[in-house]
Structure formats: structure tokens, C-alpha cells
Design a protein around this ligand. Structure first.
Ligand SMILES: [Zn+2]
Length: 77
């Protein structure tokens, strides 16, 4: 099988059969490219700039579900 490295763009060949684990460096051509990618993550180059949404409490979840028209009340009909 051929795959283009997600990091350096090298087209490399790898052997993989269904039911077996993917090559340990997949989807990268080498441990080096994998390490570079990992380093990028660690350096937060890919960090999401938008703040995370407010954690959903059971109360807000209830409100959202109600707005969506989903009946969340138990046995009150
Ligand atoms: Zn590579």
C-alpha cells in the first residue's frame, strides 16, 4: 500500500493487512515525522483559539433538550 506522509509529503510504501495493527508511525513515513507532529501539538501550534463552551450542567442540558422539543421530564404525563 502507498500513503503520502501527512508531515513531509513523502509517498511511502507500507505493508498492512486488515485485522492487523497499522504501522506504528502511521500516518507518517517515519518516527521523525511523527515526532515533529507530536511536537507541534505539544507546542500548541494547533491550539484551538476559541474558548471551550460552558460546561453543560444537568440544568442547561435540560433547557437545551427542552428547546429542541425533546421531552426530558420523567413520568409526569
Ligand atoms: Zn514524513
Amino acid at each position: 500500500m502507498q500513503h503520502t506522509c501527512s508531515m513531509c509529503g513523502t509517498v511511502y510504501e507500507f505493508v498492512w493487512e486488515a485485522g492487523t495493527p497499522l504501522p506504528k508511525n502511521f500516518p507518517f513515513c517515519s518516527a521523525r515525522c511523527k515526532a515533529i507532529d507530536l511536537g507541534k501539538w505539544l507546542n500548541e501550534e494547533y491550539a484551538i483559539s476559541t474558548p471551550l463552551p460552558v460546561p453543560i450542567t444537568s440544568e442547561t442540558e435540560h433547557e437545551i433538550l427542552t428547546e429542541l422539543g425533546i421531552n426530558v421530564d420523567d413520568g409526569t404525563e
